[in-house]
Design a protein around this ligand. Structure first.
Ligand code: PLP
Length: 386
């Protein structure tokens, strides 16, 4: 980047540029939609099973059960393990609502845990303290499961979390809604936990053109249960209900679109890394750039800066005046939300969560951000810290 004043790009900067991707694969998408219209199997059509097969190969997982959203994926995973009243499920407070919502919706108790100040993911010390607190102070609750979130596309410390979970008799559900395509010690985040779930919301790294999600597991019995749950608990015969379920299916049209997107996903992951590296190279001396653990790779669902000493919402306003769109995830931690403020919180008061909610800001990110656009964004931010 040169020292001269950067030109504002002629087109409005997109926070997530879905249009460039669509332009690239539009003929393939049109063809695959046409194919579904021709065969007419709109629900549980062949594309759903083909996508599940391809996702199993991609994640190196034995079973993939697609479903209607990332939220349904979490719900179905908890339902399959019969999570309900009297069970404590440990979740970060610094995450999207769905992670805790599904626990509370099933009548179980979310227990809010702090995150690590560098990775923004579940903090192992805080998790251990929260488990001890529940054992000591909440005799009516059984510590049951933990849901680490791979926030912004960065893997949580899955080995460490598994060790703590095993020691305390918990099972692990990885909320990989933001991390499909990321790796932890060389392995897909979707291969972690007893089950991992993801979201195909359009803005996600692997996004559909509507809602969608999937559950990944190596457990045959759980996979069978999940398949029943997604169709009203249907057994081998359609008039038999073996358990309580949902209308949790992924539409055939979305599956067809996702197959085309998966075709270019590996290349897009590399492009995302290039965009992230460029931001990091030019902003590392200006603000706190994202930290990725050794041996891990983020899929950069978000490229998120930390800006101690400045308020994120104030910076967002200034950047908006320069027509640089940003997002603040998440300005109000879950444990402070009216819907969740009655649930237990880890003993230390979630210090990192509180700080991050005022200090993080996410920059425009997609595989298709042009270098000139990045230069303009970088200059806009640099000026605020001079
Ligand atoms: C961490 C996390 N969990 C769960 C979800 C829920 O996914 P969906 O919107 O597909 O229901 C999201 C979506 O934003 C998410 O970011």
């Amino acid at each position: 980047m040169t020292e001269t004043k950067m030109e504002k790009p002629s087109q409005p900067i997109q926070f997530i540029d879905l249009k460039s991707q669509q332009d690239r694969i539009r003929p393939e998408i049109d063809k695959s939609i046409q194919k579904v219209l021709d065969h007419g199997q709109y629900v549980m059509g062949p594309e759903v099973f083909e996508l599940e097969k391809q996702l199993a190969e991609f994640s190196h997982r034995k079973y993939v059960v697609s479903c209607a959203s990332g939220t349904d994926a979490l719900t179905m995973a908890l339902m399959a393990m019969e999570v309900g009243p009297g069970q404590a499920v440990f979740v970060p407070s610094f995450t999207f609502t769905a992670t805790a919502e599904v626990v509370a919706a099933l009548g179980a108790t979310p227990v809010f845990v702090d995150v690590d100040e560098h990775t923004f993911n579940l903090c192992s010390d805080s998790l251990e303290q929260a488990i001890d607190m529940v054992k000591k102070d909440y005799s009516s609750l059984k510590p049951s499961a933990v849901i680490p979130v791979d926030l912004f596309g960065q893997p949580a410390d899955h080995d460490q979390i598994k060790e703590i979970a095993d020691k305390n008799g918990l099972w692990v559900l990885v909320d990989a809604a933001q991390s499909a395509g990321a790796t932890y010690k060389g392995k897909s985040t979707l291969s972690k936990g007893l089950m991992a779930t993801t979201s195909f919301f359009p803005a996600k790294p692997l996004g559909a053109y509507g809602d969608g999600g999937a559950i990944f597991t190596d457990d045959e019995g759980l996979a069978a249960k999940l398949k029943a749950i997604r169709i009203h608990g249907q057994g081998s015969d359609r008039n038999e209900n073996i358990c309580i379920g949902l209308t949790g299916r992924l539409d055939t049209l979305q599956a067809a679109i996702l197959i085309e997107k998966l075709n270019i996903f590996r290349e897009e992951i590399n492009l995302r890394q290039k965009v992230a590296d460029y931001y990091t190279d030019h902003l590392k001396d200006v603000v706190q750039v994202p930290y990725v653990m050794d041996g891990c790779a983020s899929v950069w669902a978000q490229y998120t800066l930390r800006i101690p000493g400045k308020n994120n919402l104030d910076l967002q306003k200034v950047l908006k005046e320069k027509e640089i769109p940003t997002a603040v995830y998440y300005p109000r931690p879950l444990h402070l939300q009216p819907a969740y403020n009655k649930f237990p919180v880890a003993p230390d008061g979630l210090r990192n969560t509180m700080q991050l909610s005022e200090q993080v800001i996410s920059l425009p990110m997609s595989p298709y951000v042009a270098e000139a656009t990045q230069d303009y964004i970088i200059e806009g931010i640099t000026k605020e810290f001079q």
